[in-house]
Each structure stands twice: as structure tokens, then as C-alpha cells.
Design a binder for this molecule. Structure first.
Ligand SMILES: NC(=O)c1ccc[n+]([C@@H]2O[C@H](COP(=O)([O-])OP(=O)(O)OC[C@H]3O[C@@H](n4cnc5c(N)ncnc54)[C@H](O)[C@@H]3O)[C@@H](O)[C@H]2O)c1
Length: 379
């Protein structure tokens, strides 16, 4: 098998996770990183041979097969376009772009030039998410008539919590929805094969102003804030949202998304009600899938390749009883992506690609529109 030469752009939280997962594939070499003002230092920290300050220099000089773009949202478009113009395959972080227009432009370019693309909705690759998909597709669930759940975190709970995600110029018009709610609806549409056709969204704010640090956030680690260290800054995007969806078959969806729910670090819940049985999956108990039945006892399916579907088996790396989680979904997704790169196959597969990225941006736009109008909006 040909070895892949890959560059990663933006080495923050998720860039480092990409590098770790890529190394686990065995045939993908992360040969360089690009990081704004400090590429060489980041390369050293990640044990990568080369580091660049400007991503264009890395792409121009390194003869790469693919890039992974792991920078803040407002940079995704220009970076993906530059990489595609140089003929590279692109794995891009979500949310895909800032606008639907940008998303359409990237999709059209990728399609015209037959470029293999991916968007990092890796949570699809959780074995129990794949198991739910297999059970819906096989007809075991019957007709899906309701999907409930959501995505809760607490990392913006305090007034002093700050991130570039709070700035709409960098992050986009929606925050909680685009940052994490998009994962939920991406998983739900992928599992059920149903598209949401209408949406009603309500946004909420816990903090109308936040204490924006005037120095780098790391500077404050372990220190109490002093008034001269921050500026009270109005917040324009939602901390929290509740959304109703109507799906194409008439089913109802209901999700809650929050970045300010104390104690919830990273909880996704998907509950599917079908005409034959029900499914419930909670990422805080991610190894098990609950199957609810009326005519007999309920079941809990363990993450065990010897009892789950072929779809689930395909993303499981370890035997039953050996816990797998967030980083393993990256490995499973990148495995599928690089198989497509090696085969030059641009067809839609079961990992998210730029078409799914466009879908994500349409949903962001419609959710935002609905919350502004406080009314149902057609998608
Ligand atoms: N798929 C997931 O589960 C997941 C999880 C977290 C973040 N994300 C997405 O990943 C992206 C990055 O998020 P993060 O949490 O890693 O943020 P982060 O702030 O931790 O890291 C982003 C890094 O990009 C660097 N950067 C900024 N401009 C750059 C430039 N011009 N060239 C090179 N590097 C540059 C920053 O210095 C920073 O270190 C966002 O789009 C976010 O939504 C996805």
C-alpha cells in the first residue's frame, strides 16, 4: 500500500487529536504541520519533521496527498480552496464554512475537480451509532416516528469562560448549534436516512456579557481575574438552544443543545422511537445501546463485535469489554477517508464529505433564521 503524506493545519485541541489518530492508521505519515506564528515549535511538540507558520508554504513545498484543516471556522473556506487548487484531498473540521455560499463554492469545486473530501463528523463512527443505523436500515425498528435527545456541555458555564467561538466574526451566526448541535443532527440524519424538512428553534443566553481576557487565556491559568485583565463584552450568539424538527416522513425531532449545563462535559443523547421498538444511546454510557420493547423484555447491547452488526464491527478496533470512545471515532473515520483517497473514489460514502458540509451549513442558516423569526422555517 502506498504511504500517504499529510499536513495538518492548526494545532490546537483538535489538530493534536487528528495527528494522534492518523498515526494509529500506520500508513499515513504526518510530514508537516502549519500553525500561525509557531509552526516549528508545534512540529517539535508533536514530533512532526517540519513546521510552517504559513499553511500555503507547507502545501507548496511538501508534496502532500492530503491536508487536515483544524483551524477556527472563519479560515476553513480559504484553506480548503487553496489545498484543492493544488489538487490535494481535504479533511476539514466542522462547522464546514461560515456561510451557505462558501459551502456551495467548495462543493462545486470538489465535484468539478474530482477531489476526495471529508468533514470531521467523526461521531458517526461510534460503534453504537453505526449499530443504530444498521437496525434502522434493516427494518428492525419499523417506521421512525420520533427522535429526541441533544448535546450538552459545560465548558462555557462561567461568565469568565472565553473562546474564539464567542466571536461571530470567527465562529459564525450560531454557536451552540453550529459547534455541537450540528453533530447531533448529522448523526440523526445519517442513522435514520431521513432529512429534516422544517425547523423551529429557540435560542437562550446564560451570560449576556462575558469577561473577555485582554491577554492570552493560558496566561490566566490558576489566577483570579483582575478588572484590568478583561473587558466586559456583550455576547451575540446562543449558549443554549431547543429545536423542533419535522422530518420528511412526518416524524418529529426534538433536541436541546447547551454549552452551559453544569456537570455535563460532553453528553450526546439520541433516542429513536420506532413502530416496532425504541433505541436509546447516551455518549456518557457509550458502550451500550438500549433497545426498548413492548411485547418482551428490554435489552442492552454491549459494544462487542461478536454480537453487533457488520456496520458496527467495521468501526470497532477492540474486543468486547475494552472501552472505545472519542479518539477511536477519529481513527475509524480517517481509515475510511484514506481508503477513498487511495482509491481516488469521490462517491458519497458513510463518512461525511463536503456535500454533508453543505447540508450542515443550510441547517445552521435555517436554525438561525427560525430563532430570529421565532417561527417554523422550511429547509
Ligand atoms: N469534530 C470535533 O469533534 C471537533 C472538536 C473540537 C473542535 N472542532 C473544530 O475544529 C476547529 C478548531 O477547533 P479547536 O477546538 O481545535 O480550536 P483551538 O483554538 O484549540 O485550535 C485552533 C488552532 O488553530 C490555530 N490557527 C489560527 N489561525 C491559524 C492559521 N492561519 N494557520 C494555522 N493555524 C492557525 C490557532 O492558533 C489554534 O491553536 C474548529 O472549527 C472547531 O469547530 C471539531
Amino acid at each position: 500500500m502506498r504511504r500517504m503524506r499529510v499536513g495538518v493545519i492548526g494545532i490546537g485541541f483538535i489538530g493534536a487529536a487528528h495527528i494522534e489518530a492518523l498515526r494509529r492508521l500506520g500508513y499515513v505519515d504526518v510530514v508537516a504541520v502549519a500553525h500561525k506564528s509557531g509552526g516549528e515549535k508545534k512540529a517539535g511538540e508533536q514530533f512532526v519533521p517540519k513546521g510552517y507558520d504559513d499553511y500555503r508554504d507547507m502545501i507548496d513545498r511538501e508534496e502532500l496527498d492530503a491536508v487536515h484543516i483544524c483551524t477556527p471556522n472563519n479560515l476553513h473556506f480559504e484553506m480548503a480552496m487553496y489545498a484543492m487548487e493544488k489538487g490535494l484531498s481535504v479533511m476539514l473540521e466542522k462547522p464546514f464554512t461560515m456561510t451557505v455560499e462558501e459551502a456551495k463554492t467548495l462543493c462545486a469545486y470538489a465535484k468539478e475537480h474530482q477531489i476526495v473530501t471529508g468533514v470531521n463528523h467523526s461521531l458517526r463512527m461510534n460503534p453504537q451509532v453505526q449499530q443504530m443505523k444498521a437496525m434502522v436500515q434493516s427494518g428492525e425498528i419499523g417506521e421512525v416516528f420520533a427522535v429526541t435527545g441533544g448535546y450538552l456541555q459545560d465548558w462555557l458555564f462561567l461568565e469568565s469562560d472565553w473562546s474564539w467561538r464567542l466571536d461571530p466574526e470567527i465562529s459564525g451566526n450560531t454557536r451552540a448549534f453550529s459547534d455541537i448541535g450540528t453533530h447531533w443532527i448529522d448523526m440523526v440524519e445519517d442513522i435514520t436516512g431521513l432529512r429534516a424538512v422544517e425547523v423551529l428553534a429557540e435560542f437562550g443566553l446564560l451570560h449576556k456579557t462575558r469577561k473577555k481576557p485582554l491577554k492570552s487565556v493560558e496566561t490566566f491559568s490558576g489566577m483570579a481575574l483582575r478588572p484590568e485583565d478583561y473587558a466586559d463584552t456583550p455576547v451575540k450568539t446562543e449558549d443554549w438552544c431547543s429545536i423542533l424538527f419535522r422530518f420528511e416522513n412526518g416524524a418529529i425531532g426534538n433536541m436541546n443543545v447547551s454549552q452551559v449545563t453544569a456537570g455535563r462535559k460532553n453528553q450526546q443523547i439520541i433516542s429513536i422511537s420506532g413502530s416496532k421498538c425504541a433505541l436509546h444511546w447516551d455518549s456518557e454510557d457509550s458502550q451500550e445501546l438500549w433497545v426498548g420493547r413492548r411485547e418482551m423484555f428490554n435489552q442492552k447491547a454491549p459494544k462487542d463485535p461478536s454480537v453487533l452488526s457488520d456496520k458496527a464491527k467495521a468501526v470497532i478496533g477492540y474486543p468486547g469489554g475494552h472501552v472505545e470512545g472519542f479518539p477511536d471515532t477519529f481513527k475509524a473515520q480517517f481509515e475510511k477517508f484514506y481508503q477513498a483517497v487511495l482509491e481516488g473514489d469521490t462517491a458519497q460514502r458513510d463518512f461525511a464529505n463536503f456535500e454533508d458540509g453543505l447540508r450542515e451549513m443550510v441547517l445552521c442558516e435555517k436554525v438561525y433564521e427560525s430563532a430570529q423569526k421565532r417561527a417554523w422555517v422550511k429547509i
